[in-house]
Design a protein around this ligand. Structure first.
Ligand code: HXC
Ligand code: NAP
Length: 286
């Protein structure tokens, strides 16, 4: 046990073959959380296509898939380019017959004081997170409506509703994605489409560590702020992502599952659990 919370579970808990016959597209599926979700889906029987800008980010997953005998491939895609998103999803469906699972995981982020953030930097993050998620959701949604429905899962962050200094672009975009999740869940339920979100707390990925806690001091400050006193792991985030995509969650839609070791509950403390609080003696009344 660490900090009162158990350490990360070693493996996903869904039965073998849970995603057999399903076709899944995972944006940003070659690194960090996206990679862990891609591994889980493929290991549980799905065909998995990962989609992102850099082929370097695809190589590890493709090599692992070959070694494991998973059914997987990769496509170069910038989710900010709406026509490319459309073509990618339409081609995916022509080849595979359907898109059953869409994971909107791609994101961009960095710390910058709001008053110094250029409009290009703002648009860059909004373009990936908000526009990119909508493009993918829309074209996958069309195909799911024309087919047998499906599942969409959006990766957000708890600062979508708590806010967080330094990331106004990402927080604003994730808040939009959260509203999109609930709206599309209600709009598309009649088509057999479920739309959910997960909101991870901080976990170590190259993108997050490199852009958000690039030095030991910042990393330690982040860890200290988490009630569980540890970062999460991509695997524990992925476990819940897989659950929400599975038939075990067939009646769950429009939900956002927070997996953050308590971080979003912890701001503005007057007392540290375990600390002995001394009472300040009041003036004696005469
Ligand atoms: C200020 C910055 C900046 C920085 C880029 N810009 N980095 N401004 N501080 N650190 C500005 C640039 O100067 C430019 O504006 C504009 O942003 C676009 O920059 P490009 O480099 O051309 O953008 P691009 O190549 O499209 O790259 C996108 C990116 C990059 C978002 C900037 O960081 C990226 O590709 N990230 C992907 C991986 C990632 O971020 N993962 C983290 C996920 S973690 P000007 O005005 O100069 O033209 C996460 C949640 C964590 O999302 C939550 C923890 C609790
Ligand atoms: P990551 O490894 O940096 O993942 C980001 C992925 O997005 C990369 O694979 C990247 O691949 C892809 N991507 C970026 N821009 C893209 C674009 N324009 N088009 C297509 N793909 C693009 O970071 P991560 O930490 O695993 O983040 C995964 C998700 O978790 C994100 O939604 C993030 O906001 C969320 N999250 C992370 C944390 C955390 O602490 N790590 C906390 C809360 C939420 P390419 O570079 O190849 O394009």
């Amino acid at each position: 046990m660490l900090g009162g919370m158990p350490t990360a579970p070693p493996n996903h808990y869904l039965p073998a073959g849970s995603f057999q016959g399903k076709n899944a597209l995972v944006t940003g599926g070659g690194t960090g959380l996206g990679l862990e979700i891609s591994r889980g889906l493929a290991a549980l029987g799905a065909h998995v296509t990962i989609a992102s800008r850099s082929t370097e980010h695809h190589e590890g997953f493709l090599a692992e898939a070959e070694a494991q005998g998973w059914d997987a491939d990769a496509v170069v895609l910038d989710v900010r380019e709406d026509p490319s998103v459309r073509e990618t999803i339409d081609t995916f469906c022509e080849r595979r017959g359907s898109i059953d699972i869409l994971i909107n995981n791609a994101a961009g982020n960095f710390v910058c004081p709001a008053e110094r953030l250029s409009m290009n930097a703002w648009r860059s993050v909004l373009g990936i997170v908000l526009d990119g998620t909508f493009s993918c959701s829309k074209y996958a949604g069309r195909q799911m409506i024309a087919g047998d429905g499906g599942v969409q899962l959006n990766v957000v962050a708890t600062y979508a509703w708590t806010g967080m200094p330094g990331v106004v672009h990402s927080a604003s975009a994730k808040a939009g994605v959260l509203a999109m999740t609930k709206t599309l869940a209600a709009e598309w339920a009649r088509h057999g489409i479920r739309v959910n979100a997960i909101a991870p707390g901080p976990f170590q990925s190259e993108g997050a560590a490199g852009n958000l806690w690039p030095d030991e001091k910042t990393e330690e400050r982040m860890r200290e702020a988490i009630p569980a006193k540890r970062f999460g792991t991509a695997k524990e985030m992925a476990n819940h992502a897989l659950y929400l995509c599975s038939d075990a969650a067939a009646y769950i839609t429009g939900e956002c599952m927070v997996i953050d070791g308590g971080l979003s509950l912890a701001s503005g403390r007057m007392w540290e659990p375990g600390e002995r609080m001394k009472r300040k003696r009041g003036e004696q009344k005469s």
